[in-house]
Design a binder for this molecule. Structure first.
Ligand code: SF4
Length: 370
């Protein structure tokens, strides 16, 4: 496993990742901090402004392209394993953000990875993919300016995986991904193909490409950058860049959202389920109201605050006020949970209304790719 147990950092795209301290990743993995770039960003997204995107690899290249209005691409993939939850929502919004900043856009439905990692048959993931694409369209992806594809149907990606396979030894795969079945190594090679797809001649040739992902996916980025270097002479690849976002906690305060623990909600859950999960969530509150009024809460460890920060309170002044009110004991957890339930349910209702209109279009897009 790619793990240093002494320092307790685990970055495992196929398992559970644990990040005890994001600051340490700069040194441990050679990730660059995003903060120094912030003042040069023409139109920073909420994730960038709030430090949720905390790191990058070679993002300067993308920033220069954005500032000079030059060609660049964005690509990211989402596994069609189920309905969108708040983790997938983050990647989805990042793809859409870069599209709105002028990127040539690629949305990869990672059905090979869903098969290899989650044992989801292609017939099942095809149905989920339609639902996920409808989500993307409802969130604002412009399908006319996006290449949307399933890994299992994209021959160019599979061809690249075959070619890259010649440069990947078992020892390399084990060092990056740990001891895994061959299918997962194959899916990693296919993901390298995805990441470099925008640079093929069919899509206009080499160009700066940003891959927005959660930090747990960084091993794929490192692996692909290495392959891009090895095949540089043949394809003239420009090393892909990435933005790296923090991972969301479960509503029970555990480091990962998990189906088994039912510690998160999806955009499809019934309003009652969403309200119940938020009501029962762990918080950074104190044992008694009196204590909380006196000492204030701890928003840094609170999943309710994290939900608001990552997704549901878009106004920066409002989120600063929430933080302050929690810290000073002005805001209490019961009241804050109620407010959060209202905001989340409003968002979900509106999202579903929009999504309904896009189901037909989503089906059409995926049928074209058969
Ligand atoms: S007041 Fe809100 S942010 Fe603060 S600990 Fe309670 S739920 Fe979390």
């Amino acid at each position: 496993m790619p793990q240093d147990s002494n320092r307790k950092t685990v970055l495992d795209p196929f398992g559970t990742s644990v990040v005890a301290d994001y600051e340490r990743l700069y040194k441990e993995f050679g990730i660059e901090p995003f903060k120094p770039l912030l003042s040069r960003m023409p139109n920073p997204s909420m994730y960038i402004r709030r430090g949720i995107i905390f790191g990058h690899r070679d993002f300067d290249r993308i920033l220069n392209a954005m500032r000079k209005h030059e060609e660049f691409a964005v690509l990211s993939g989402i596994k069609p394993t189920g309905e969108f939850h708040l983790g997938t929502l983050m990647t989805a919004k990042e793809i859409i953000y870069f599209q709105q900043q002028g990127a040539q856009t690629f949305y990869c439905i990672a059905d090979v990875e869903a098969y290899e990692d989650n044992k989801i048959p292609f017939e099942k993931s095809e149905k989920t993919a339609v639902d996920n694409v409808a989500d993307m369209l409802a969130l604002g992806l412009d399908p006319k300016r996006a290449y949307i594809y399933r890994q299992s149907k994209e021959i160019r990606v599979k061809d690249l995986a075959i070619i890259f396979g010649r440069a990947a030894t078992l020892a390399t795969m084990k060092a990056i991904y740990g001891e895994r079945h061959i299918g997962l190594y194959l899916s990693a090679l296919i993901q390298a193909g995805d990441i470099l797809l925008p640079q093929l001649e069919d899509f206009g040739g080499p160009k700066p490409t940003v891959i927005p992902v959660g930090i747990d996916q960084d091993p794929h980025i490192r692996f692909t950058r290495d392959l891009a270097q090895r095949f540089q002479r043949k394809y003239k690849f420009i090393l892909p860049s990435s933005t790296l976002h923090k991972l969301m906690k479960g509503l029970d305060g555990s480091p990962k959202m998990s189906k088994r623990q039912m510690n998160y909600f999806t955009l499809h859950d019934e309003p009652e389920t969403i309200a119940e999960r938020i009501s029962n969530a762990f918080t950074g509150g104190r044992a008694t109201i009196k204590e909380q009024r006196k000492l204030g809460g701890v928003p840094e460890i609170c999943p309710i605050y994290e939900n608001c920060l990552f997704h549901f309170v878009e106004d920066d002044d409002k989120i600063i006020k929430t933080y302050h009110d929690c810290k000073t004991g002005t805001l209490l957890c019961g009241e804050h949970k109620k407010q959060t339930i209202d905001i989340v349910l409003k968002f979900v209702k509106e999202h579903r209304r929009k999504k309904k209109k896009f189901r037909g279009k989503a089906r059409e897009i995926l049928q074209e790719k058969q």
